[in-house]
Design a protein around this ligand. Structure first.
Ligand code: GYE
Length: 316
């Protein structure tokens, strides 16, 4: 044999060998993620978890920042459907208004994973599953802690999250229900700070103008708003954590630090690190396995008794 045909044979053998593992290799998954926006440190940690875990697993993640608007999220989902992604992850900014786009996704046979926040729909089969925290349980944990800490007495100012969002709705409802047992523990005013630090500060400034010193407690639906409120309270010459009892939800590192510093009295954990869980679910769904419809995180509570010990290992 001359050299040329031998080279051809060799090249063919190499090609044939490499072709086998290639065709047997796992297909790269493409996932569309419609995020709410970047309103809080919790949200930043959540986005980072989904991005870094996708990179680790070689998943092609199409990320859309909804900038706090449901119509942006719906537009992103529509474009994911057109692109025929393998799965869609939504962190629904509000609970209502999702039926039409979820119907479109179902018609296109694209599984939808609701992450972090729930939706209200008439037909549960419009999404495949939900993974998140139990917001009602968080509201109850905050209320029970408070009732013990202030001996069932006090005037509460409430800083609500984004109006119409599942965490604002549930954290408000469950907290109110739990404190109803204590006739001397009352919410005297409640306004939305949109889960933002600047929102918490502005609403707290308005509360201080309106109520003067006639309140005892601030209950914030998230840490960022509590941290904003703490700033406003300090600027008004009061001592947060001492003159005013302050409690919130999320347990971001900065808030656990504020508990250690005595400026925040308690924060209920709400873990945002959903990356591994979400992609485990998607890999199973795509492989045709059934997955649990609803999965909740197990969250803890941090106050003066355990914050210092927890601080060094906080991951977000
Ligand atoms: O508490 C808040 C964020 O939906 C649980 O959204 C989430 C909430 C979280 O902006 O910080």
């Amino acid at each position: 044999m001359t050299l040329l045909p031998r080279l051809f044979t060799l090249a063919f053998a190499v090609f044939a060998l490499s072709a086998v593992p290639l065709s047997a290799a796992k297909k790269t998954l493409t996932v569309g993620f419609a995020q709410t926006g970047a309103e809080s440190a919790w949200r930043t940690a959540n986005t980072e978890s989904l991005k870094s875990e996708a990179a680790k697993r070689g998943i092609n993640l199409k990320f859309s920042d909804g900038q706090g608007r449901q119509e942006n999220q719906i537009r992103a989902v529509r474009s994911f459907i057109t692109q025929r992604v393998d799965a869609i992850v939504i962190a629904p900014i509000v609970e209502t208004g999702w039926e039409p786009i979820l119907r479109d996704a179902k018609r296109a046979k694209i599984p939808v994973i609701l992450m972090d926040r729930t939706v209200q729909v008439s037909d549960e089969s419009l999404y495949t599953c939900f993974v998140g925290s139990d917001f009602a349980e968080e509201g109850r944990m905050a209320a029970d802690w408070l009732a013990k800490h202030v001996d069932g007495k006090g005037r509460i100012l409430e800083l609500q999250g984004t109006p119409g969002s599942a965490p604002a709705n549930e954290r408000r409802r469950a907290f109110a229900e739990a404190i109803a047992k204590y006739p001397d523990l009352k919410v005297i005013d409640s306004q939305s700070g949109d889960f933002r630090r600047s929102g918490g500060k502005e609403v707290m400034e308005a509360f201080l103008k309106k109520h003067g010193r006639n309140f005892d407690i601030v209950y914030a639906h998230n840490d960022d708003m509590a941290l904003g409120a703490i700033q406003a309270i300090e600027e008004a010459g009061l001592k947060p954590g001492k003159d005013v009892t302050i409690l919130s939800i999320d347990a971001i590192k900065e808030a656990v630090q504020a508990v250690v510093d005595g400026k925040l009295n308690c924060t209920v954990e709400c873990n945002p690190l959903f990356g591994p869980k979400v992609y485990d679910l998607i890999e199973k769904i795509v492989a045709g396995e059934t997955v649990p419809r609803v999965q909740y995180n197990k969250d803890e509570l941090f106050d003066a008794t355990n914050a210092a010990a927890a601080l060094p290992t906080r991951q977000y």
